[in-house]
Design a protein around this ligand. Structure first.
Ligand code: UD1
Ligand code: CA
Length: 468
């Protein structure tokens, strides 16, 4: 049987010092719950190693909210929840996991991680795991680091064979001076956890069951010292969240630069964690890329654009000050400046949406153009059709929404309104200034405006009647 690992993420704590209602694990950074950063790092580590892995998340405080998080999670199948009823310490939290998920005892290894450390990556897990497995006699390893400000961390006290960890509260004055501290990340042989976990007591200053007691001088356990504290930075306060947020953003930008994305001013650009951007894309200053936005290769995004949960394909350009949400922009299309794509906008390849155009729940075929000052809602516009300036789909009758359908290669003159539901065929023509209430067939010409009357020399007479 191949080796397997149970990854246990401790997320039951209250996060009292955050002062806010949201449980700490679900507080967001770069548009994503803190817990998800740890889940992603864990899954990446599992995939990159030859281990079968399973993630158990120990929840407690505001359990209902974490259940909702789990329920909506796209990686739900890799995640299991365990419930720690009372927050009696980190060892008690791990016990809760084995109680609710007893098959976790079958995993060869157990990895313990905290939920509030979004800078952690698969690399740290990998290094820790390599350290454990390259010494067959080791029972467990703990990630540690040196810090000039050890306050709040458990101190690493080296012993004969292994080492032990003393919590701040329980430390003697000389132990407090130790600068090697516990990160709270461990990988252990599950057999060792099984042998020791049940015997951990809460006879300490906090009256809590300390998971750190899995490490004792008499055991063959090792501390693995990492060169930097950064990957293990935990968040306890909103101020720390802000600091970590900046580090996460810098890390995200660094990885995008390395992938060949050009930001003209990275410090004024906000890019959330799950955003993907292809090589050769150029992003001007002052752009926000939000949620699950995917940008293709060689895209240009000008200043002031806000793009949320949208899919922008290769070679498209999003010109200055455009606002896009849940939209798809196909290859080579051009949006803006100052355009708004609302949810459900689907803009075809090489199509054009110009300034002051709003598009909602509508499809524009390849090469179609809506270049100026228009509202397109609940509409389907065929390939290569040209919609003139000031076009409006009157899609809402005060009670219900209705569809407008315009075929391909059709020309709609300026200042037309479509009183939906209405259909215009392919290769049709609608004269400027028309209020269209009836369908126009393929190749048809639609005109709906009153006849013009011209009266020779009448201008002066008209003015006179006004003045008298
Ligand atoms: C813990 C370590 C400490 C280490 C520090 C690193 C212990 C006893 N101490 O201390 O040596 O330096 O992390 O940050 O483990 N949690 C639960 N249930 C509980 C208590 C905590 O799920 O009953 C979770 C928390 O949500 C958090 C994690 O465990 O994700 C760590 O808990 P926290 O209270 O922050 O531990 P520290 O006191 O910081
Ligand atoms: Ca902590």
């Amino acid at each position: 049987m191949s080796n397997s690992i149970g990854i246990v993420i401790l997320a039951a704590g209250k996060g009292t010092r955050m002062k806010i209602d949201t449980p700490k694990a679900l507080v967001q950074a770069l548009g994503k719950p803190l817990l998800d950063f740890v889940v992603d790092a864990s899954l990446e580590f599992a995939h990159s190693s030859s281990l079968t892995a399973e993630i158990g998340v120990v929840v407690g405080h505001k359990k209902v909210m974490l259940e909702a998080w789990w329920n909506d999670h796209e990686k739900k199948s890799s995640l299991k929840l365990a419930w720690q009823k009372e927050q009696n310490g980190t060892a008690d939290a791990l016990k809760a996991c084995f109680n609710d998920l007893p098959h976790f005892w079958n995993h060869t290894y157990t990895l313990v991680a905290c939920a509030d450390t979004p800078l952690i990556s698969a690399a740290e897990f990998k290094q820790l795991f390599t350290e454990l497995t390259s010494h067959p006699d080791y029972l467990g390893v703990a990630a540690t680091f040196e810090t000039s400000r050890p306050t709040g961390y458990g101190r690493i006290v080296q012993g004969e064979s292994g080492f032990h960890i003393v919590e701040e509260k329980d430390a003697t004055d000389s132990e407090r001076k130790i600068t090697e501290v516990n990160s709270g990340f461990y990988i252990l042989k599950t057999a060792h956890v099984k042998a020791v976990l049940g015997s951990i007591s809460n006879q300490n200053k906090s009256g809590e069951f300390y998971l750190t007691d899995l490490f004792q001088d008499k055991f063959k356990v090792k501390s693995v010292k990492f060169p930097s504290e950064t990957p293990f930075l935990g968040i306890n306060t909103l101020e720390q969240l802000s600091g970590v947020h900046d580090l996460l953003q810098a890390k995200k930008m660094k990885s995008l630069f390395a992938e060949g994305v050009q930001f003209l001013n990275a410090s004024t650009t906000y890019v959330e964690q799950d955003v993907k951007i292809g090589v050769g894309t150029l992003v001007y200053p002052g752009v926000s890329l939000i949620g699950k936005t995917h940008i293709g290769q060689n895209v240009i995004i000008e200043s002031g654009c806000f793009i949320k949960n949208s899919d922008i394909k290769d070679g498209a350009e999003i010109l200055a000050n455009s606002h896009l949400e849940e939209s798809v922009v196909h290859m080579g299309a051009s949006i803006g400046p100052m355009a708004r794509l609302r949810p459900g906008a689907d803009i075809g390849a090489e199509a054009k949406v110009g300034n002051f155009v709003e598009i909602k729940k509508s499809k524009l075929g390849a090469g179609a153009k809506v270049s100026h000052l228009s509202y397109v809602g609940d509409a389907d516009i065929g390939e290569n059709s040209n919609i003139g300036c000031g076009f409006i789909t009157c899609n809402f009758d005060g009670a219900n929404k209705h569809k407008t359908k315009i075929g391909k290669n059709t020309f709609i003159g300026s200042d037309c309104q479509m009183i939906a539901p209405v259909e215009i065929g392919d290769d049709a023509f609608v004269a400027a200034g028309s209020t269209i209430t009836k369908n126009v067939p393929n190749g048809g010409f639609g005109i709906a405006r009153s006849q013009q009357v011209v009266k020779e020399g009448a201008a002066k007479r008209f003015l006179k009647t006004k003045k008298s």
